[in-house]
Design a binder for this molecule. Structure first.
Ligand SMILES: Cc1cc2nc3c(=O)[nH]c(=O)nc-3n(C[C@H](O)[C@H](O)[C@H](O)COP(=O)(O)OP(=O)(O)OC[C@H]3O[C@@H](n4cnc5c(N)ncnc54)[C@H](O)[C@@H]3O)c2cc1C
Length: 517
C-alpha cells in the first residue's frame, strides 16, 4: 500500500528540489517557493544540524573581511544585514562591540577602519562607531583587562539566534508553498537518456521508506558535504570544498556582565576573537583549524580550547578555566578551495555556484548573513536548468515567519515574534505547560510542545539543541532535563518506552561531548 507521503512525493513533478536544510538550502526553498515554483527541500538530519547551528550568531558585514580588503563581500553582507533586520526583527537585533586598545596606534587604526565600515553601510547602518576613552571602555566592559588599557572603539553590528531564524525560515518556506522535510536523505540521482538529471532517490531516515522523485532541477546545498553529492553526479569530478573548524566556548555571564560584545581584531597569531553576550551567557570564539574529515558533530581539539581560554584571560579580569565552560560547540566552515590561499583563514567567504554537465546546481561557501542573496543567485540558475518561466525574486521584501518589531520589555518568548501569543495560549489552556523545564532557565514546557506541533521537532536533541538552545548554553542542564523532556515528547508523538530510553541515552552522549567530558 502506498503511503500518503509516497504519493505526494512521487506524483509531483518538482520544479526545484533542494538537498540540505541549513541556511543556504532553506533560503533557496523560500526563494524558489515564493517565486511560485514547485519546491521540495530534504534534510538528512534536523534543520541546522550542520554548520548553521554553530555560528558565532552574528549578522555582520565582517570587519575581518574589511581588513583583508574584500570590500565587495563586506558591502553585500552589510546590505543583507539591513534586509534581514527588516524581515526578521524578532530575531535579528543591533549589538554594540568594543575593540579595547592597548597600543598607541590601535585606536586611530581601528577607528578609521570602523568609520569605513559605517560609511559602507550608509543609511542602512546600525549606529555610528566612536572612539572611547579608557573610562568609557571600562563603563561598557566592566571586566576588561585594565593593565595597559588606553581606550577603545565602539561599533555596531547584528546578532541573532541561528536556528531560531532557521526554524522560522522553514515555516516561511512552507507558507510560500514548499514541501520541507527533515530526516529525509538524498541517496542518488536518476538521469534521462541525454544523461541529464531528472530526479532522485530519497529516503525517510526513520522508516527507511524510499521515494523515486521527479525533478526539473536539483540544488546541492549541503555545505561541507557538497563534494559527496557532486561525486554522486560525476564520480570523477575533482573536489572543490575544503574546511576549517571553528570552536566556541560558552561561559557564565559573570565573565562579561554587559550587553556589549568584545571584538579583538587580531590576536598574536593573527585571528579575530569575539566575546559575545547571548541568551544571558557569553560565547567566546572562534578558532580556524583546517580539517579534512567532515562530521556533523566535530570534536574540539585540546589546543583550540587552550587558545580560547588563554586569550579570554588576556582581555578579561577573570581568568576562565576548563571547569567554567558550560558548553562547547564546533562548526565546519564550508570553504571553496582557492589556489593561492596559504591557510583556510585567507580563503574568501564569497559563494560559488557551479552547474554540472548533467545539470546539478551546487552552491557552496558564503555566510549565514548572505544566505538570502546566495539563494536568489542559486534559484536564478535553477530556473535556467529547469527551463521554467523566469520569475524575479522578491525575498528582499518578504517577511520571515513570526515577523514582529521587538518590544522593549524582556519577554523570554519575544524571540518567537507573533508565535509567542500562541505558545502563551498553550500554557493558558494547560497550566502544567507554564512550568519551567529547568529552574535556572526561562524555557517552559509549552515551548517543547510548540516545537513538536509546529516546528517539526522529532527528537529531544531537536528540541534542546535547535528549538530552545539549552545544549549550547549549558550542557549539564541539558542532561538534567533529558528525562522530563523525553516524557513530553513520548506523550505527544505517541512513541514507545524503548524509543524514549534511546532518545535519553543519545542526548546525554552528545551533551557529554559538549561538556568536554
Ligand atoms: C565557527 C563558525 C562560525 C560562523 N559564524 C558566522 C557568523 O557569525 N555569521 C555568519 O554570517 N556566518 C557565520 N558562519 C558561516 C555560516 O555559519 C555558514 O556559512 C552557513 O551556516 C552554511 O550553511 P549551509 O546551509 O551552506 O551548510 P550547513 O548548515 O552545513 O547545511 C548543510 C546541510 O546539508 C545536509 N545534508 C548533507 N548531506 C545530505 C544528504 N545526503 N541528504 C540531505 N541532506 C544532507 C546536512 O545535514 C546539513 O544540515 C560561521 C561558520 C562557522 C564554521
Amino acid at each position: 500500500m502506498l503511503t500518503l507521503m509516497k504519493q505526494i512525493l512521487e506524483n509531483t513533478l518538482w520544479d526545484i528540489v533542494i538537498i540540505g536544510g541549513g541556511a543556504t538550502g532553506m533560503g533557496s526553498a523560500i526563494d524558489a517557493a515564493s517565486r511560485g515554483y514547485k519546491t521540495l527541500l530534504i534534510e538528512k538530519d534536523d534543520y541546522g544540524k550542520g554548520t548553521s547551528s554553530k555560528s558565532t550568531k552574528l549578522i555582520h558585514g565582517g570587519v575581518r573581511y574589511l581588513q583583508q580588503g574584500n570590500f565587495s563581500l563586506v558591502l553585500e553582507a552589510l546590505k543583507e544585514r539591513a534586509i534581514l533586520k527588516r524581515n526578521a526583527p524578532h530575531i535579528v537585533h543591533d549589538l554594540k562591540f568594543v575593540v579595547p586598545t592597548y597600543d598607541w596606534w590601535e585606536s586611530p587604526f581601528y577607528g578609521i577602519g570602523l568609520k569605513l565600515y559605517d560609511w559602507l553601510a550608509g543609511k542602512e547602518g546600525f549606529g555610528d562607531s566612536e572612539f572611547l576613552s579608557k573610562e568609557e571602555t571600562i563603563a561598557y566592559i566592566p571586566t576588561v583587562s585594565q593593565e595597559g588599557l588606553r581606550g577603545g572603539v565602539i561599533y555596531h553590528d547584528g546578532q541573532f539566534d541561528d536556528t531560531r531564524l532557521l526554524v522560522n525560515m522553514m515555516q516561511t518556506a512552507k507558507e510560500q508553498g514548499a514541501t520541507v522535510l527533515n530526516y529525509t536523505q538524498f541517496l542518488e540521482f536518476s538521469k534521462n537518456d541525454q544523461s541529464l538529471i531528472d530526479g532522485a532517490t530519497i529516503q525517510n531516515v526513520f522508516t527507511k521508506e524510499k521515494y523515486q522523485i521527479k525533478a526539473k532541477s536539483i540544488i546541492n546545498a549541503t555545505g561541507v558535504f557538497s563534494d559527496s553529492i557532486r561525486q554522486k553526479d560525476n564520480p570523477s569530478i575533482p573536489k572543490i570544498m575544503t574546511s576549517s573548524q571553528g570552536v566556541h566556548i560558552v561561559l557564565d555571564k559573570s565573565f562579561l556582565p554587559s550587553d556589549t560584545a568584545i571584538m579583538i581584531p587580531e590576536t598574536e597569531d593573527g585571528r579575530v576573537l569575539f566575546a559575545v553576550p547571548w541568551h544571558d551567557k557569553i560565547i567566546i570564539g572562534t578558532t580556524d583549524t583546517p580539517v579534512s574529515k567532515y562530521d556533523s558533530e566535530p570534536l574540539p581539539k585540546e589546543k583550540e580550547i587552550d587558545f580560547l581560554l588563554t586569550h579570554t584571560g588576556k582581555y578579561l579580569t577573570k581568568n576562565p578555566t576548563k571547569k567554567d565552560i558550560k558548553s562547547v560547540f564546533v562548526g565546519l566552515r564550508p570553504l571553496v578551495k582557492n589556489g593561492n590561499a596559504e591557510n583556510t583563514a585567507e580563503i574568501s567567504r564569497e559563494h560559488v555556484i557551479e552547474v554540472s554537465k548533467s545539470g546539478l546546481i551546487s552552491i557552496a561557501g558564503g555566510k549565514w548573513t548572505t544566505y538570502r542573496k546566495m539563494a536568489e543567485d542559486t534559484v536564478d540558475k535553477a530556473t535556467m536548468v529547469a527551463v521554467v518561466p523566469f520569475v524575479k525574486s522578491e525575498t528582499e521584501f518578504l517577511n520571515i515567519h513570526g515577523h514582529q518589531k521587538q518590544k522593549s520589555e524582556q519577554n523570554p518568548l519575544s524571540i518567537y515574534g507573533t508565535d509567542s501569543k500562541h505558545i502563551k495560549k498553550l500554557g493558558d489552556i494547560n497550566p502544567k505547560l507554564k512550568e519551567k523545564i529547568h529552574p535556572n532557565y526561562p524555557f517552559i514546557k509549552a515551548q517543547v510542545v510548540w516545537a513538536i506541533q509546529k516546528e517539526d521537532a522529532k527528537t529531544i536533541e531537536d528540541i534542546l539543541a535547535r528549538r530552545i538552545r539549552l545544549l549550547f548554553l549549558d550542557a549539564q542542564a541539558c542532561i538534567d532535563v533529558a528525562e522530563s523532556v523525553a516524557d513530553l515528547l513520548q506523550e505527544h508523538l505517541a512513541m514507545s518506552n524503548e524509543w524514549k530510553e534511546k532518545q535519553i541515552v543519545d542526548l546525554k552522549k552528545l551533551a557529554q561531548q559538549y561538556l568536554l567530558t
